[in-house]
Design a protein around this ligand. Sequence first.
Ligand code: GLC
Ligand code: CA
Length: 555
Amino acid sequence: MKKDFRKSTVYQIYPKSFRDTNKDGLGDLRGVIEKLDYIKELGADYIWLTPFFVSPQNDNGYDVADYYRIDPAYGTMEDVEELIGESAKRGIGLMFDMVFNHVSTSHEWFQKAMEGDPYYKDFFFFRKGRADGTPPTNWESKFGGNAWEYVEKFDEYYLHLFDVSQADLNWDNENVRREIQKIVKFWMEKGVKGFRFDVINLISKRAFEDDDCGDGRKYYTDGPNIHRYLKELHDTTFGTDAEIITVGEMSSTSIENCYQYAGHDTGELSMVFSFHHLKVDFMGNEKWVLVPADFQKLKDIIFEWQTKMEQHNAWNAVFWCNHDQPRVVSRFGDEGRYWKESAKMLGTVIHCLRGTPYVYQGEELGMTDTDFTEISQFRDVESLNHYQILQDKGLSPSDALRIVQVHSRDNGRTPMQWDASLYAGFTDKDGVAPWIGVNGNHTRINAAAQLEDEDSVFRYYQRLIALRKELDVIAFGSIEPLAVKHPSVFAYRRSYKGEELLVAANFYGKDCEWKTAPDTAGYRQVIGNYKDSSTPENGVWKLRPYEVSVWFKSN
Ligand code: GLC
Ligand code: CA
């Protein structure tokens, strides 16, 4: 029997920003060990740890130079083993983050390729440029600029869909696939209970051709051999252990491909992250613009994925936040007057959906976007590149900064706010200043304060996580979208073996009325973010600012 993870919740940790135990300003693995009881108290079943392998840290560890060793800034192999053991004692499984679309150019494979070793050159995509002296294709790197880097020595270019120091691996080479299987098995033997595969749907390249109407993604997204490669990885590694769960990060994917990636019986992955619902404040695929979030689009996308994945017996990961996203309370909620109400409402909408919920460190405290006012405070390579690109396109430095403030991945990377002390308890106050600035609001928003407060966002998330375990309908139920065209209400019904769950949320800071609300007679409220619960009267449900209310009935 495959592991049934439908009642589980995953807590994501970005170790660099989680807890620094040796006062060097960088989060470390001992910091994760120190906080395991906190995660246990929250109720999470798994921890997904972002990469801590040896790396030059150009992309904070997503540029791996050695998959078998721990970056000394994070700790040692003994720390990892202790972390796995201590987590297991608490009933928590660890999920490691495997970056296999690319390696750091400091990785031995790339170094050998650069020495001209043909065996290793074929681990990558080295190609000749065109006669006119331009790169092999016009594809754009996700971090800005052309995706090919020239190597004078070979008079060739290598492909990097991300930073120039992240060289794409050639999965069509069987030797590459074998090396990757070895790595996965190595970590399985250490007792890891799950894997998150980084941008895994980009590993099979279709053709090296110019993209006349885009940035090249149609040539490498959900490519021709992707399902074959995933099945092979499944069959040779994690698929042999029924306990292991997997999630694939799917960049610009299609839902049809996800039926396969995350199908119950397709033999690929347990579930997928898709991001279409987090592009509702983009202009098409363009992230570096300021446009208001499109609520109708957000609902349409979430409901489409919810209903179709269910029809195809496939499973979603459900989430608002991760280390690449702005903080949801700042993005779709209200940092100010309705901070607490909106943080709880957003959490509820996600946690009652059909899928496995992911909580990103600090989300359970309602942490907000950064308060950075100068570009020098930002650290992320993508943000810094685009700050420059925006100015090259003619924007003023202050307009470029405004866009970066809104969209930067650093919004999710400021230190975890443990307490009200100088460095928020991330680094002790007599330590080195954290690698990235602490948000000034840590004096108000922090774990210590919320653990003391029964009405806190933390306590509310704890309740949400527990509810999924208590009520089968949340874990197993089918989904029916409601109020689909309502301009402010996000609502749905879940049903399972005579049980029903009704979720109604007001996504805005003004009172609203849902005039066609279903009757709640016979239901009881199981969670909500206002003290006195509201119910429909004569078919009209009045919802207060950011109010959410969840009702349950069993026959
Ligand atoms: C994924 C990671 C992101 C990283 C990129 C390249 O999107 O989540 O942080 O920069 O892949 O590895
Ligand atoms: Ca440290």
